[in-house]
Design a protein around this ligand. Sequence first.
Ligand code: GLA
Length: 736
Amino acid sequence: MNITYHEQNRMFKLDTPHTSYCIGIVDEENFLGHVYYGRKLSEDNLTYLMRTKEAPFVPSENNRDRTSFLDTFPMEYTGNNLGDYREGTLAVRTLGGHTGVSLSYVSHRIYDGKEALEGLPATFGEKESCRTLEITCEDQVLHLQVILSYSIFADTDAIARSVKIVNAGEEAVYLTKVLSACMDMDNEEYEMMTLHGSWARERGIQTRRIMKGKQSVCSVRGESSHQEHPFMAWKKKSTTEEEGEIYAMNFVYSGNFLAQIEADQFGSIRAVMGIHPDNFCWKLEAGESFQAPEVICMYSAQGIGGMTRNFHDLYREHLIRGIYRNKKRPVLINNWEATYFEFNTQKLLDIARQASELGIEMLVMDDGWFGHRNDDNSSLGDWQVNEAKIDGGLKSLVEEVNKLGMKFGIWFEPEMISPDSELYRAHPDWAIQIPGRRGSLSRNQYVLDLTRKEVRDYVYDMVAAVLHSANIEYVKWDMNRQLSDFGSYGLPADRQGELLHRQVLALYEMQDRLTREFPNLLLENCSGGGARFDSGMLYYSPQIWCSDDTDAVERLSIQAGTALIYPLSTMGAHVADCPNHMVGRVTPFATRGYVALAGTFGYELDVTKIPEADRNMIPQQVAMYHQYNDLVRQGDYYRIAHYAENHYYDCYEVVAKDKSEALITYIQVLNRPNFHSRRIHIPGLDPDKTYVIENTEDWPEIEQTQYRGDALHYAGINIPPIRGDFQGRLLHLKAR
Ligand code: GLA
């Protein structure tokens, strides 16, 4: 890991363990150009790649007489309205109404470690394990400084980029667009990979050829969203799971975003990522600064899987915090699918009693315990226990649960307000709304205007009071509607465009407060399932509810798409009842357990009512979780086969970092008549080690022998035919 500046060549070079990233300063105008990102290079001087003499880019020679001259140049970060017609990353409007911005290099600094981004989630690193380059550029007319930051890490191949804008002029300016990263490169027939979905169908992987023009994913819903994800990768067509080049960007942010690749007239692409410019306008007074969120840039020559494992390592080591970051989580049982709104103390204790006997370690009381909430039409904002349901009060309920040897957790939706609530009746102006317009409801609720300090303090204090009132060790922080009607009674007219970003900053501030005041709390974020499963939220909570779809088959896709970027330790996953409440499918209880094992693992069913045979399986499943969770949480994840592609089976693997063991999950989704076994290849093992099947009792059909790591990878192993659909098996390999 190193960052250097070569005075003579005017070139910066960032070296991560396996990649190099080069930035050059060119021409008399000191433009900052992107020179190279890819495999690690020993060469320091790549200025010959910069095409500075190729017309029309020779600003100092053509004296700006060709309006399109910036169009060909690979910019490191761009201005606006001065002759680069590709997507710009920064746009401003002066008080006079003008818009041009042009950025030139001014100075730089290189230092050990990484500074925090004020008010924002971001990766972090120690002085010994992380280095940062800060390049200051300036628009000399506006006196606007743009500080580009790049941090690299000793142990992973990521580059964390962010941008800070400083108004060093004497007048306010309006920032109308501030994206966080830009990367220009030649298009080598790249394909773009993105994640798409809907409620209960989050993060399906889509790959498409990059065509001329712009292709993007975005959210303008005020959260990172079910529909599209703040992630994109671009790779060569030949790149596979295990081989070939891939680039990626992931936004460490939970609100509106734009992730876009533009293929231009000269065969180059420009990839940009940042806060979506729609409905964004930030007034920057003289002397003030604006910090844009972080983008993680990744390059791997080890295929899609290489990219995945880099992200997992980075987020586990440099993003997730708190006491649970590297700890086994208690096996929980959540009452949502068990009871929905129909529960009381008695019912919860019945579930807890039965669950504790089976080895389950925590009861989570979901939606419906507060105000007079008996369905989803009321009471959000009234965070007082409904003693008609929780007779005896919360403290006594928690004590009873604790007596059973179980922890207790609780659900909140702090960002929301129901029209039918005491809070709304007292403060109707606390909802986000446009004066004079009837507000749009969703799930019969409005969003609280958290940009107002009095609102977020009030709500925070209510939540904190509940948490102080009993021994509560887990919180599920939910958020069940997208934002609309962007208007705030608290912001002046010329700052209404700040609402959406300020709302995200307020959420971060509240979660920061919560995690500081309750450092031992296990926090799980959630948003109508997985609409805010993003790296921004992972800075505050080590796990996020992945999806409201708990069907084992649907979960295979949702979890594969989520694990493309996020570690398995972060994926909220439960064994739920059947027929599945979302899709009506019946899958074996054992299979549901194997699929949930790839995430945090827990239960979401009425354990007093499920079939006895299923109930009897729970102690075994809990033991399985305890046996494998260290490996699942900390190991290297490999996708082996995906049923969405092959239509029949799914297979993935987690290998211990020291290659001493591996756990392979095999799910036969659909059976077909075949007397032949199925060959699968098991990557990631030590080619020189010998492995044996540890759980031999699960594999009576396989001849028990010793396997070499390279044979398991390149020659493979035969999985015997299994009768039936939705059948799951684990294969536990141990090095001798
Ligand atoms: C969301 C969550 C669910 C559940 C309900 C409660 O949909 O994703 O798990 O908590 O809210 O209303």
